[in-house]
Structures are given as C-alpha cells and as structure tokens.
Write a protein that binds this ligand. Sequence first.
Ligand code: G4P
Length: 290
Amino acid sequence: MGENNNTSKTNINWYPGHMTKAVRMMEENIKLVDMVIEIIDARAPLSSRNPDIDKLALNKYRLVLMNKSDMSDKGENDKWIKYFEDKGIKCILVNSRSGQGVKNLDKTIKEICKEKIERDRKRGILKRSIKCMIVGIPNVGKSTFINSLSGKAKAATGNKPGVTKGKQWINVKNEFELLDTPGILWPKIEDEKTGVILALIGSVKDDILPFEELAYHLIGILKVKYPGLLNEKFGIDESKDPHIILEDYSKIRNLIKSGSELDISRGAKMLTDDFRSNKLGLLTLDIIPE
Ligand code: G4P
C-alpha cells in the first residue's frame, strides 16, 4: 500500500496523502472490535469495495451494507446480496439518508455474532456488548450511516482523520457499540473501468475529473448493461460510436457554445449528472462476476 495507487490512465490522484494516515488509523482501530461492518455503494458493489478488507478483517465477524440502495437497480440488489452471501458474508440493503434498513440492525448483528454471545454466556458474561466498526472507501456514506444509527446531528466525518481525539463508542440499544470514527479504506483500482465507475458514483473530487472521458465510458457501460436506455430517454441511435452519441446528446440538450459550436464538455458533465441524479433511472454499473 503506497502513497501512489494511481493505475488509471485518466491520471486521477486516487490516493491523496491524508489517506495514508487514515488507513493506518483504521488498521489500529480494527484490532479493538469484534465485528467489521463494511459499507459499499449499491450502484457499484464491486468497484466501491477494497477486497483487502478480507485480510484486514481476518477473524472478525463481518457484515456488508449496500448503502444508497435508493439509487441502485432494484432488480440487481437481490442478486448482489446473493453474490456476497455465496462468499459467506451477510449483506443487507440500507438507505442511510432515510434510515431504511438501519432500524433492525441490532438483530442482524446479534444473529451474526451468536457464537460469541453464546460463548460469553457459557462463561457467565451476559452484558458484554459487541464492538463494531464501520469501514469503507470515501463517500460511500459512512458518516451518514453512523448519524442515522446514532440519531446524532453530526458524527465525526470520515474524511478528516484525527477528528476524534479519544475513542468514542456509540451505544446502540445496549446490544452493540459502534466506534464513532469510521475506518477509511482506499479504493482499489486495478483497471481503468473501476476508476471510471468510482468517479461516476462520486468517489473522487469533481474538480479533477476528465468528464469527457468519463462520459464516453458511461455510454459504453450503458450500451452493454442497459441497452436501449439512451434511445428510450433521448431518442439517441445507440449503434453509433460513443463520441457521436455524446455529440447527439449535447445537441438534444441544446448545449451550444457562442458561435453555434456544440458544447461537448458541458454535455459530458450533464450526462454524468443525469446518471448521478438518477435521471437515467435506478442503475447499477458493476457486472456480477460469473
Ligand atoms: P463517507 O463518510 O463515507 O465519506 O460518506 P458521507 O456519509 O459523507 O456521504 C457521502 C454522500 O452520500 C453525502 O451526500 C450523503 O448524504 C450521501 N448518502 C449517504 N448515504 C446515502 C444513501 O443511503 N442514499 C443516498 N441517496 N445518499 C446517501 P452529499 O451530497 O455529499 O452531502 P449532503 O448533500 O447529504 O450534505
């Protein structure tokens, strides 16, 4: 794990310096807990996770929360749950903004940790709560989830390592305790597509993104995963090259620069925003591995 994890051709700084400290803190904190609750983005259940968590959370109880499930493809959500459960990891859908899926979490956690609870019970320990920690890559909704669970107005935000001086535990229904500082995992970008998907879901700061490149990739992904969608929404002929499709989209959106030239770069940003604001529908970009 180095400072420079940049393997994408789009030359984005995926691993800013402050993350090194955050990751080290996460590795320290993980030692304190019984259970690791990993938050991923339901629109990109593969790209938004760092599989190194399997090593980092070795011998810990595990739960995956597919957050932002209000924005993902409903038909795909269940298939992804099965994908994780086939790997032996319990996975549930949540919407941290509305609190959906958050309420009954204590039951799920008790079920996952039932062996430990039973072991403690046999040793006469009845009141020891389960210690949990939230982990995930930036922007998947860790702070929002912690706020939703604890009912607090604002949890320590994940992007500011060191914001909490001492360790703070949030007691949830006397059943489990949650470390109030989430652990930040670094995005694992092994191919350009993963980088692109992470940028599309908003895991990377916008001011440094090459939106035209992103839009071409998005068009490519949509043509494969949601054929007919661009035609249905905008009347676009999808058989054309992504560059032509982006031009057609910019025309349809009436994006003209001074002097009647098409404003492709605004078109690219607008198409990305259409995806992010679900104007293209509820979509999941990753493809379930065979
Ligand atoms: P992080 O700690 O993992 O870095 O993520 P954070 O909670 O800061 O959330 C990142 C963005 O995702 C926030 O939006 C947050 O509101 C949004 N979000 C979190 N969970 C959900 C969810 O389940 N559904 C939806 N639709 N959005 C979610 P933001 O625009 O950056 O901030 P704000 O407008 O909410 O202030």
